[in-house]
Ligand binder design. Structure first.
Ligand code: ZN
Ligand code: ZN
Length: 647
C-alpha cells in the first residue's frame, strides 16, 4: 500500500509522492500560489492535464501561462468553452476541430441552417463568461472506440465520427466540462474558472479539412486570458499594431506597391522604398567592408545540375519555381545564393592563407509561396537578401561565428532593437539521413562550437531540437519591435556539408587538402521583411538617415520662394534629401501634411527668416526647435545622418 513515485523537477531535484498524485498535488506541495497558476504539467516530455494521476516515476515540469505549452493548453481549453457556449445557443450544431493558434484559438463548426454574425459574438462572449464562472472541471474520460462511436452517432455529429475513424481503440478520450462533451486527446486546464477574459475576434469560412471541394464550415476565432488586465493590454496592442501595420504605412508613405499584372507576392519598390533599400545596402556594405568581406554579383538563374549538387533538388523543389527549358537544359530561378557563391569560391584554387574567405551580395532570390500564404512584405515570392558566405577552417570558426554575432548586435543597436532571442536549432539523431545529413559526429561537434560562441558572448538564447537546417545547426534570430511583436528575421547557419557536395577545398599548411566549413549569414534578413519590421518598429517615423525625404522646406508664401530655393541648394549640396512645399496653402496646413508624411524635419521660411538668413526648424513629433542659421542646422543634421542616430 501507499506506493511512492519519484518526481524529478526541472532543477534536477527529486521528490517522492504517493502513486496517483497529480500535477496539482505537486504544485500545492510547493506553494498554494503556484497551484492557482498551474495550467498543465509536462510529464516525461508529454503535456498532461494537471489533474491527471501520475503512476510512474517521471521527469516533471509545471506549466503556467508563461510556458508556450501552458498558454496553448489554456487557449485550446477556451475553444472547448466556446463550443459549450455555441452548443447552448445553437442547438444541433456540429463540431470539427478547435485548436490553439498563434494568438488565441478557433473552432470550426457546422451551424446547419443557422448562421452567426458579428453581433452574435458579443452574446457568445457573455455566455462564455457565465459558463467560466461556474468553474466546471475539464474531466478526462478514456473510452472504447465502440462507445465513442455510439455516443457521437447518437449525437448525430458526423465530423467527430470522421475523426474517430482515424483513431486507435485504447487511445481515445472524451473530455467534459459542464454540459459539453468533446472527443479530444487533451490536455486541458483544470477548470473553466481559470478563463477570466474572452474576446471573440473573427468569423471566417473554412472548408472542411481545408479542401475546397468539401462543405464550408464556420470558423470562429477568439482569444482569452487569465485576467481582464491582460485582455485590455492585448487589445491596446492590437490597436497599436493596426496603426503600425506595414501594409497600411507602406501605401500611405509610398514605400511599395503590388500589381496584378506583375503578380502576387512580387513587390514593386516605389521611389521612397528604394531610398530605404539603398540606405540599408549602404550600411551593410560599410559594415561588411570593415569586417573583411568582398562583394560579388551573381545571376538570378542556374541550371538544374547545380541544384542537384546542392541538394535543393529534389528536396526543396516545392518552394522553387518550376524550371524553364532553354536549349534542352532546365534552368531554375535561384531560391538561394549559396550555390552561386560556392562556384565563386571554387573558381580559383585556395590555400589556408586565403581563408577565411568572405563574400557578400544583396542577392535576389525567388521562392514559391502558395498564394494563400502571401502577406504584405512578410511573405513574398521575390526577396532581396543580405547574404554572405564565409569559408573558413575549423580553427577559424569560433572567431568568425562570433564576429557574425557581433555584427547582429551592432545592427540591433543602430535600429534600437532592445529585445531579441537567438534560437539555436539542433538536429534530431533519429532523423539523420532523412531530414539531416548523416554525419553524427560532425553534428555534435558543430553544435557544441555554436553553443560555445553563444555562451562566450553572453547572448540570450534558447535551444530547440529538430529544427536545424539540412546541412548543419543554425541560429534563428528573433527580434521584437517596440510594441513587443516578434519577427523572425535572419539566420546564421553552420554548414559542414555543402563544402563537400561542391568539392570545395583548400590546401592546408601541411600541403594536404581539406574542406572548409561554411557560415551562411544574413543579419539584415531580406529587404522585404526588414523594411516591414522597420515600418512597424518606428510606426513609419523613420530615423533621419533612413527617411526617404529628410527635410521639407515650407515657405510661408510665394514671396519667399527664391529664399526657399537657396536653402534647398545648400541642403542638396550636403546630400540631404529635401523638397520645397510650393503649394498655395496656409502654413498650418503645410506643417500638418508634412507631419502626416512623417518627414523628420520641416524648415519654415518667412519674412523674419529671410531677413536674418535663418530658418525655423520643426522636428517631427517634437515641434518647434527655434530658428537657426542654415549652416548650423546643416552641421547638426549631417552629423545625425552620418552617425545613423535613432530618435
Ligand atoms: Zn480538447
Ligand atoms: Zn547560404
Amino acid at each position: 500500500m501507499n506506493e511512492q513515485i519519484n518526481i524529478t523537477l526541472p532543477d534536477g531535484s527529486m521528490r517522492q509522492y504517493p502513486k496517483g498524485s497529480t500535477g496539482l498535488h505537486v504544485a500545492k506541495s510547493i506553494s498554494e500560489g503556484l497551484a492557482r497558476k498551474v495550467l498543465a504539467a509536462e510529464v516525461n516530455g508529454e503535456v498532461w492535464d494537471a489533474t491527471r494521476p501520475i503512476d510512474t516515476d517521471a521527469k516533471f515540469k509545471l506549466l503556467t501561462w508563461e510556458d508556450a505549452s501552458g498558454k496553448n493548453t489554456f487557449w485550446h481549453s477556451s475553444a472547448h468553452l466556446m463550443a459549450e457556449a455555441i452548443e447552448s445557443m445553437y442547438p444541433g450544431v456540429k463540431f470539427w476541430v478547435g485548436p490553439p493558434v498563434d494568438n488565441g484559438f478557433y473552432y470550426d463548426v457546422d451551424l446547419g441552417d443557422q448562421s452567426i454574425i458579428e453581433d452574435d459574438l458579443r452574446k457568445l462572449e457573455v455566455k462564455m463568461a457565465e459558463l467560466a464562472k461556474q468553474n466546471n472541471s475539464y474531466v478526462r474520460q478514456p473510452i472504447s472506440k465502440a462507445d465513442a462511436v455510439a455516443y457521437f452517432t447518437d449525437k448525430g455529429d458526423e465530423y467527430k465520427l470522421d475523426l474517430l475513424g482515424g483513431l486507435e481503440d485504447g487511445n481515445i478520450t472524451l473530455y467534459t466540462q459542464g454540459g459539453f462533451t468533446d472527443l479530444c486527446r487533451g490536455p486541458h486546464i483544470p477548470a473553466t474558472g481559470f478563463i477570466k477574459a474572452v474576446k471573440l475576434t473573427n468569423i471566417a469560412g473554412a472548408y472542411w479539412k481545408g479542401d475546397e471541394k468539401n462543405k464550408q464550415l464556420t470558423r470562429i476565432y477568439g482569444v482569452s486570458f487569465p485576467s481582464a488586465k491582460q485582455l485590455d493590454e492585448y487589445l491596446l496592442l492590437v490597436e497599436e499594431a493596426k496603426k503600425r501595420d506595414h501594409r497600411k504605412l507602406g501605401k500611405e508613405l509610398g514605400i511599395y506597391t503590388m500589381d496584378d499584372d506583375v503578380g502576387q507576392g512580387l513587390i514593386l519598390w516605389m521611389p521612397n522604398g528604394t531610398v530605404i533599400i539603398e540606405e540599408l545596402e549602404k550600411l551593410a556594405k560599410e559594415t561588411e567592408n570593415d569586417a573583411g568581406y568582398k562583394r560579388v554579383v551573381t545571376p538570378h538563374i542556374a541550371k538544374e545540375s547545380m541544384y542537384l549538387t546542392s541538394g535543393h533538388l529534389p528536396y526543396y523543389a516545392d518552394s522553387m519555381y518550376p524550371p524553364m527549358e532553354v536549349e534542352g537544359e532546365k534552368y531554375y530561378l535561384k531560391s538561394m545564393n549559396c550555390p552561386h557563391h560556392h562556384k565563386i569560391y571554387a573558381a580559383e584554387p585556395k590555400s589556408y592563407r586565403d581563408l577565411p574567405y568572405r563574400i557578400a551580395e544583396y542577392g535576389t532570390v525567388y521562392r514559391y509561396e502558395q498564394s494563400g500564404e502571401l502577406f504584405g512584405l512578410m511573405r513574398v515570392r521575390c526577396l532581396h537578401m543580405n547574404d554572405a558566405h564565409i569559408y573558413c577552417t575549423k580553427d577559424q570558426f569560433n572567431d568568425e561565428f562570433r564576429a557574425v554575432n557581433d555584427m547582429y548586435l551592432k545592427y540591433f543597436k543602430i535600429f534600437g532593437v532592445d529585445k531579441y532571442v537567438m534560437r539555436l536549432s539542433l538536429h534530431s539523431p533519429e532523423k539523420l539521413g532523412v531530414k539531416y545529413v548523416n554525419e553524427p559526429e560532425l553534428w555534435i561537434e558543430t553544435e557544441a562550437m555554436v553553443r560555445k560562441v553563444l555562451q562566450e558572448s553572453n547572448i540570450p538564447y534558447v535551444e530547440v531540437q529538430d529544427e536545424a537546417a539540412f546541412y548543419g545547426p543554425k541560429i534563428d534570430v528573433q527580434i521584437y519591435s517596440v510594441i513587443g511583436r516578434e519577427f523572425t528575421l535572419a539566420t546564421n547557419q553552420v554548414d559542414f556539408s555543402q563544402g563537400r557536395s561542391f568539392k570545395l577545398q583548400y590546401t592546408t599548411q601541411d600541403n594536404t587538402t581539406d574542406t572548409p566549413l561554411i557560415i551562411h549569414r544574413a543579419p539584415l534578413g531580406t529587404h522585404e521583411r526588414f523594411i516591414g519590421f522597420l515600418l512597424e518598429h518606428y510606426a513609419g517615423k523613420l530615423p533621419v538617415w533612413l527617411a526617404p525625404l529628410q527635410v521639407k522646406i515650407l515657405p510661408i508664401s510665394d514671396k519667399f520662394a527664391d529664399y526657399a530655393k537657396d536653402v534647398l541648394q545648400k541642403l542638396k549640396k550636403a546630400d540631404i534629401r529635401a523638397e520645397i512645399d510650393e503649394r498655395q496653402e496656409k502654413i498650418g496646413r503645410k506643417i500638418r501634411d508634412t507631419e502626416l508624411m512623417k518627414i523628420p524635419y520641416m524648415l519654415v521660411v518667412g519674412e523674419k527668416e529671410m531677413k536674418e538668413n535663418k530658418i525655423s526648424v520643426r522636428r517631427q513629433g517634437k515641434g518647434d526647435l527655434g530658428s537657426k542659421y542654415v549652416e548650423e542646422f546643416l552641421q547638426e543634421v549631417v552629423t545625425e545622418i552620418r552617425e545613423r542616430k535613432g530618435e
